[in-house]
Design a protein around this ligand. Structure first.
Ligand SMILES: [Zn+2]
Length: 81
């Protein structure tokens, strides 16, 4: 079985979405999850700085920032159409 290309420890079970072409399993689920968390953090950092309790609109729905941690932010939906 092919091993994960990132950690080289666990077996690869998920195709690397950064690569085009054939979908071959290249990374393990742990590395995949870590990468998703990284994406969310990057998103939260690039959009702007959030404050706890702040209300923000995302695509017509309103959310209140509940928690901020190194992995991203937790939102509570408060109003939507
Ligand atoms: Zn891995």
């Amino acid at each position: 079985m092919k091993m994960c290309e990132l950690c080289k420890i666990r077996p690869a079970t998920i195709p690397d979405r950064n690569r085009m072409g054939r979908q071959i399993n290249r990374i393990c689920s742990d590395c995949h999850a870590a990468r998703l968390r990284g994406d969310l953090t990057k998103m939260a950092q690039t959009i702007r700085v959030f404050k706890i309790g702040e209300e923000l609109e995302i695509k017509g729905a309103w959310f209140r920032v509940k928690k901020i941690n190194p992995f991203g932010i937790m939102l509570k939906a408060i109003k939507w159409n």
